[in-house]
Design a protein around this ligand. Structure first.
Ligand SMILES: [Mg+2]
Length: 265
């Protein structure tokens, strides 16, 4: 691919090239090494998506079921699944190995414009099965909308994401993809967007790689309606509180490379 390369992105290309030696050696980073090289990684992700696929009929048929705690009156709404994107649908391990630290959203967007997206093993088959069963798929990512200098488009990252999905064989329409900051109240706290989807659909499954994909207030940074930062203790307590959902409507994929877990105290 891809679309227009801006002057801003060209500068990032030069920086990436110039600083490539600063990228970590994956053999020095067990998380990167495991995702990149371990057959076990693909076994786990296929286990997650296989489990979710086999549960589809049960959750579709049981109209009293919802994977959104607190969702009520959804019996007659169409069924939907919420999927995160990065490390849930698209496997970014090659970017994670290559980019110059620290992370910046521009670097990921630039990488995606220049490289073909890679799927998390098992996701393409899952989405195909869910859609064949009549389930709507919503993609909910915390990649933020950021206007590039010299470009008029308010959210060029959205097209990058949709094209990445297309590259792995999952086509979708913009209305089913939401990015952080796409609307004024769509912050990195995903609760607001999950609840919005819950107004029109019965959410039968949530799939992600970060606790924040499932549980509100899991992050170090506080966004409304949260009033306190997520901590190791609060995150552990939340995992226990919602124990009945894991593997039963909530399906979490391994991500030892990055996530909200890495910054909480
Ligand atoms: Mg993710």
């Amino acid at each position: 691919m891809k679309t227009t390369r801006t002057a801003t992105l060209a500068i990032f290309a030069l920086l990436l090239t110039a600083c490539a030696s600063q990228a970590p050696d994956p053999e020095d980073d067990l998380g990167l090494f495991w995702v990149k090289n371990a057959a076990e990684y693909g076994a786990v992700t296929r286990q997650v998506y296989g489990t979710a696929t086999r549960a589809l009929p049960r959750f579709i048929d049981d109209t009293s079921w919802t994977a959104l705690p607190g969702q009520t009156g959804a019996e007659k709404l169409p069924a939907a699944v919420i999927l995160d994107i990065d490390e849930t649908v698209i496997n970014n391990v090659d970017f994670q190995i290559s980019f110059e630290r620290p992370f910046d959203n521009y670097k990921l967007d630039y990488w995606d414009r220049e490289h073909t997206a890679q799927p998390v093993p098992g996701v393409v088959e899952f989405v195909k099965a869910a859609r064949a069963a009549g389930v709507q798929i919503f993609f909910l990512t915390n990649r933020p909308c950021e206007q590039y200098e010299g470009e008029s488009e308010a959210c060029p990252q959205k097209q990058t994401v949709i094209e990445g999905l297309q590259e792995i064989g999952i086509s979708t329409e913009p209305e089913f993809v939401s990015l952080a900051d796409e609307q004024p109240d769509w912050k990195r706290e995903k609760l607001v967007r999950r609840q919005l989807i819950g107004e029109s659909h019965r959410v039968i499954m949530v799939i992600g790689d970060d606790l924040g994909d499932f549980i509100p207030c899991a992050r170090k940074k506080v966004y409304a309606p949260c009033t306190e930062a997520g901590t190791r203790a609060s995150r552990d307590a939340a995992v226990r509180k919602y124990a009945e959902y894991w593997g039963n409507g909530w399906y979490i994929l391994p991500n030892p490379m990055h996530g909200s877990w890495s910054s909480v105290q």
